[in-house]
Design a protein around this ligand. Structure first.
Ligand code: NI
Length: 262
C-alpha cells in the first residue's frame, strides 16, 4: 500500500451536492491518500450532513455553524440546533461563520454581525475554535473579534486581509488558512502574506468544491488537490515538501484539539 501524505484539508464541503454523484468513492480515495479533512457546515442542514459524514469515516471531522451568506434564511432557533450538534465528539470547531459584504443581498450586515457574535459566544462557552469566512468585511470582523470574540481562537480561512491585520490576529493566537487562491497567477498578495507568515500558524485547505488550485482552476475542487497548495508553500518557504505538510498538520492538531489523526 502506498504511504498516505501527512496532509490534512482543514476546509472541504464534501456535504455539498457537487459531490452527490461520487462522494463515497472520493472519500475512500482521500482516506487512502492523506490524513483526512474537516467538513464545515454552512446552515443547520449542511452541519447535520457534515456530522453524519464524520460519524461514518474515522478520518472525516465536522465543524458546525451558520455561514454569513445563509444568515438571511436562518432563524434564532437554528443556533440552538448548532449548539446541540457542536457537543458531538466528532465536531472540532464552530464554522463556517463570519461576515460577507460581497454576497450580501440576502443577509443584512447587522443581522450577520448578530449571528457572528452569538456564535463567538457559543465557541467560548464550549471551548471550541472557530473557522472564519471574511469577504470584504475586514474592519467589522476585527471590531467584532475585539468586542465579542475575547478568548476565542480560530482560523481565518482563505485569508485576504493585509499584513497589518494578520499581525493583530497572530498576536491573538489565531491561524491562517491557505488554499487555491495562493496558487493563482493573480493572487492579490496572498503569496506575500504566506511568505511572511510564521510556519507555526499556517494551515492548508481547499474550500472544495470551490476555489480549485492551479492547474485545476475552474474545475470542481477536492481535498486531494490540497497537495498542490502544500507544495507551493514549501517552495515559497524553501523547506522540503513533506516537512511543510507535517508542520501544517501539527498546527491543525494544535488549533483543532479534538482532531484524532495520525
Ligand atoms: Ni467554505
Amino acid at each position: 500500500m502506498m504511504d498516505r501524505l501527512p496532509l490534512l484539508d482543514t476546509h472541504a464541503h464534501l456535504d455539498d451536492e457537487a459531490f452527490d454523484m461520487d462522494r463515497e468513492e472520493l472519500i475512500a480515495q482521500i482516506g487512502s491518500s492523506m490524513l483526512g479533512f474537516i467538513d464545515p457546515g454552512c446552515d443547520v442542514a449542511s452541519s447535520e450532513k457534515a456530522v453524519a459524514l464524520a460519524h461514518r469515516y474515522p478520518f472525516v471531522f465536522a465543524a458546525v455553524g451558520l455561514h454569513p451568506e445563509d444568515i438571511g434564511r436562518c432563524r434564532p432557533e437554528d443556533l440552538e440546533r448548532i449548539e446541540e450538534l457542536a457537543r458531538d465528539p466528532r465536531v472540532v470547531a464552530i464554522g463556517e461563520i463570519g461576515l460577507d459584504y460581497y454576497n450580501d443581498e440576502a443577509s443584512p450586515h447587522d443581522v450577520q454581525k448578530e449571528f457572528l457574535a452569538a456564535q463567538f459566544h457559543l465557541a467560548r462557552k464550549l471551548g471550541l475554535p472557530v473557522i472564519i469566512h471574511d469577504r470584504e468585511a475586514h474592519e467589522d470582523l476585527r471590531e467584532l473579534v475585539r468586542t465579542e470574540g475575547q478568548g476565542v481562537r480560530g482560523v481565518l480561512h482563505c485569508f485576504s486581509g493585509s499584513w497589518e491585520m494578520a499581525e493583530e490576529f497572530l498576536n491573538r493566537g489565531w491561524y491562517f488558512g491557505f488554499g487555491g487562491t495562493s496558487t493563482f497567477k493573480n493572487d492579490h498578495g496572498v503569496r506575500e502574506i504566506l511568505s511572511r507568515m510564521p510556519l507555526d500558524r499556517i494551515l492548508f485547505e481547499t474550500d472544495s468544491p470551490y476555489m480549485a488550485p492551479v492547474p485545476f482552476r475552474g474545475k470542481r475542487n477536492c481535498p486531494l488537490y490540497v497537495e498542490k497548495v502544500a507544495k507551493m508553500a514549501a517552495s515559497l518557504k524553501n523547506i522540503p515538501e513533506l516537512e511543510m505538510m507535517q508542520i501544517a498538520t501539527k498546527n491543525s492538531k494544535n488549533l483543532f484539539f479534538k482532531l484524532k489523526i495520525d
